[in-house]
Design a protein. Structure first.
Ligand code: GSH
Length: 202
């Protein structure tokens, strides 16, 4: 039985929960009590020495880093497929997953962590403004790539979208208005049952 150590408010954990639902994979969800700092306790650090969620465990095999977990689930449960069959399609998915992390996820964390969890006097407004600018530049690139398309790779929803969904959820909180093709693509992701079921409370 698969076990997923996660937190309901964690964007990276949400990627894996979305993939589990999309691929109809049964897993035991184990909530890590991050408020009580359980992710920094010896038991959890023995699983994931970085003290972050998500972590997947299957029969003693331990895996962390959400994109690695998504790729593992794709290899072990290939149907329904969330990546194309051909090498170029798969490589493009890998490219978009990586770009999601370095051009959007990191910057989103800089803005939404303080907005969700810190009092305003502790916000680093300069860093938040810079992160917002970088996100807007990234969205301008995605807008060109999504012109006339429904999804980033091929004509089907896939792992690239799974990676983006938890982060595009926060555009309103970040006061970011995506350009039209990106906005339509975000709506397509967020209306899926897998996104609705995993939507965080804050
Ligand atoms: N690159 C990691 C990022 C995981 C991550 O940063 N998770 C956050 C929650 S969304 C976390 O556990 N933060 C706790 C900490 O860094 O102390 C992944 O893709 O899984």
């Amino acid at each position: 039985m698969l076990k997923l150590h996660y937190h309901p408010l964690s964007t990276y954990s949400r990627r894996v929960r979305i993939a589990l639902i999309e691929k109809r994979i049964g897993a035991e969800l184990i909530e890590v009590d991050m408020v009580q700092r359980a992710h920094r306790g010896p038991e959890y650090l023995a699983l994931n020495p970085y003290g972050r969620v998500p972590t997947l465990v299957e029969d003693g095999f331990v895996l962390y880093e959400s994109t690695a977990i998504l790729e593992y689930l794709e290899s072990t449960h290939p149907e329904p497929a969330l990546v194309p069959a051909d090498a170029r399609g798969r490589a493009l998915v890998a490219m978009h997953m990586k770009l999601c992390d370095i051009q959007l996820a990191r910057q989103t964390g800089i803005i939404i962590f303080p907005k969700r969890f810190l009092p305003r006097e502790r916000w680093d407004e300069g860093a938040m403004a810079q992160a917002k600018k970088e996100i807007e530049q990234h969205l301008a690139i995605l807008e060109r790539q999504l012109a006339g398309r429904q999804y980033l790779v091929g004509d089907r929803y896939g792992l690239a979208e799974v990676c983006y969904t938890p982060f595009v959820e926060f555009f309103p909180l970040m006061e970011i208005t995506p350009p039209p093709a990106v906005a339509a693509w975000c709506a397509r992701q967020l209306e899926r049952p897998s996104a609705r079921e995993t939507k965080p409370a804050v």
